[in-house]
Design a protein around this ligand. Structure first.
Ligand code: AMP
Length: 488
């Protein structure tokens, strides 16, 4: 959720992002740029780094990729210090102006403060209205700025107490990295919807610390994984080490299941589970639940590859690269109009005719959102001479929009929200279509199935079971609090 400059809500802006931070490493900004590069899949629209040299903060923010901004030695020379945080932004529509690019930075009476946020605050518009009424002057149209103002007006004296004060007023899904003169801080929302991990870099005793959205960002900078930041936990990192605070008490986690299905990089480990292995196991479940006689299993690259491998091994049918992806175009999703999006899919994939001609083909992808990708791919595979085309999807039907930081269109544009599976098969032109069941998905993730009384993940996009108050419920503070209480 974000708001437009006149303070109204802008539902179209759902931010998926990557965050990274380091404490006490040489060339902190360069290390941060590397970490952000490994997290580039979480956001390609804009990027930024704020560093601290012990006396002054330095900032560079720009549109485009990490490499476009931070391979310039002149820029890197300005980002001095052994401490830094960074952010990759992935907003599909809405304001793409530089002032929305994070980390956000402000000078306070207690010193400097920078923050980078992954997720969505569902009561940002309510807080924004209240803060503007109090005279706060917003510089950006991103909901993350709410944190900055709440911290600025807090009556507590230390930065950490002010941060806790702010966190108690926001509702939503968030992972934050923040930097003050005294500490690097990492925060996960009470349900731990968005990921954040803690790592160690350099030698024990003299070395520094890393915070990152995913473990793949540790590998690239040579850091060791220590642990996931806990749901509802604040980690405060300074020269004394890592101090943990649980301002919400113990909460029951509802980690985003879509991170496993699509969003995270396959070489990351989330909540102790390697993403690649989880995706393969979902493919195994899919083959068990919805197998169909076929000659070849073909992934929709890259998102369908691990699930297709799992499917092929379980079905004992050859896995082949029947579709080749051109890596030099952005994700189709970042194109704002249907027309351009349609063009985008053609730019991105081509059929590998010899693999498909005369064959009964099972195509495997991770999800169907609007149905644009599936329709184009099925058509392409048929044109390449496939005899039958069966579509298999390694997630349940996406029937609900995400309000917690994954970009999904409004419900009216979600194919599965408006059509039966049979209708969807017809619309995408497939001979058959099947999705893994929600219980199959949970079995693949080492659960016995979905326990409706104690759901483990946030799976609102598949079930409509929203664990955090939605924007239209955000005025009702009782409801927010009761939802929080339920999670304890
Ligand atoms: P669609 O063409 O609208 O049905 O989108 C489905 C395709 O987009 C699939 O190939 C997914 O891998 C990919 N996808 C699903 N969710 C997202 C997302 N939140 N951001 C970017 N791509 C996505």
């Amino acid at each position: 959720m974000a708001f437009t400059t006149d303070g109204t809500e802008d539902d179209s802006l759902h931010e998926e992002c990557g965050v990274f931070g380091v404490w006490n490493v040489p060339d902190a900004a360069a290390v941060t740029a590397l970490g952000l590069h490994a997290l580039q899949h979480r956001g390609q629209e804009a990027t930024g780094i704020v560093s601290f040299d012990g006396a002054r903060f330095h900032s560079h923010r720009g549109m485009g990729l990490v490499g476009d901004n931070f391979s310039n030695p002149q820029v890197m020379d300005t980002l001095k210090g052994r401490i830094a945080i960074g952010h990759n932004r992935y907003a599909t529509t809405g304001d793409t102006i530089l002032r929305n690019v994070q980390p956000l930075y402000a000078d306070f009476e207690f010193g400097g403060f920078a923050v980078a946020h992954n997720g969505n605050l569902t009561n940002a518009h309510v807080l924004h209205r209240a803060l503007v009424r109090r005279g706060c002057l917003f510089q950006s149209t991103t909901d993350s700025e709410v944190f900055v103002h709440l911290i600025a007006i807090s009556l507590y004296s230390t930065v950490v107490d002010r941060l806790i004060d702010a966190l108690k007023q926001v509702v939503g899904a968030y992972s934050l990295v923040a930097l003050s003169n005294e500490a690097l801080m990492g925060v996960r929302d009470p349900l731990g919807v968005r990921p954040l991990i803690l790592g160690r870099i350099g030698s024990e005793g003299t070395g520094g610390w890393v915070l990152a959205s995913e473990t793949c960002a540790l590998d690239i900078v040579g850091a060791d994984f220590i642990r996931d930041v806990e749901p509802g936990e604040i980690v405060v990192i300074n020269d004394q080490g890592v101090h943990s605070i649980m301002p919400f008490g113990r909460t029951r986690e509802r980690f985003c299941v879509f991170e496993y299905i699509y969003f995270a990089r396959p070489d990351s480990v989330m909540e102790g589970m390697p993403v690649y292995a989880a995706r393969k196991r979902i493919g195994v479940e899919l083959a068990r639940e919805a197998g169909v006689p076929a000659d070849v299993i073909v992934p929709v690259p890259d998102s369908g590859v691990p699930a297709a491998m799992g499917y092929a091994s379980e079905a004992n049918i050859p896995f082949e690269l029947g579709i080749i992806r051109n890596h030099y175009v952005g994700r189709t999703f970042i194109e704002p109009t249907d027309h351009i999006r349609n063009l985008g899919v053609k730019l991105k994939h081509s059929a590998n005719r010899p693999v498909l001609e005369g064959k009964r083909v099972v195509l495997v992808d991770d999800s169907i959102v609007r149905g644009t990708t599936s329709r184009k791919i099925v058509e392409m595979v048929r044109q390449a001479g496939a005899r039958e085309v069966h579509m298999r999807i390694s997630s349940p039907p996406t029937t609900h929009s995400c309000f917690y930081g994954i970009d999904t269109p409004e419900r009216s544009k979600l194919l599965a929200a408006n059509h039966s599976v049979e209708e969807m098969a017809e619309l995408i032109g497939a001979d058959s279509l099947a999705f893994v069941s929600i219980n199959g998905l949970y079995r693949a993730l080492d659960k016995n199935g979905r326990d409706p009384d104690r759901p483990h993940y946030c799976d609102a996009c598949f079930t409509g079971d929203y664990p955090i108050a939605l924007p239209d419920q955000a005025d009702n503070r009782d409801r927010q609090l009761s939802l929080l209480a339920e999670s304890h």
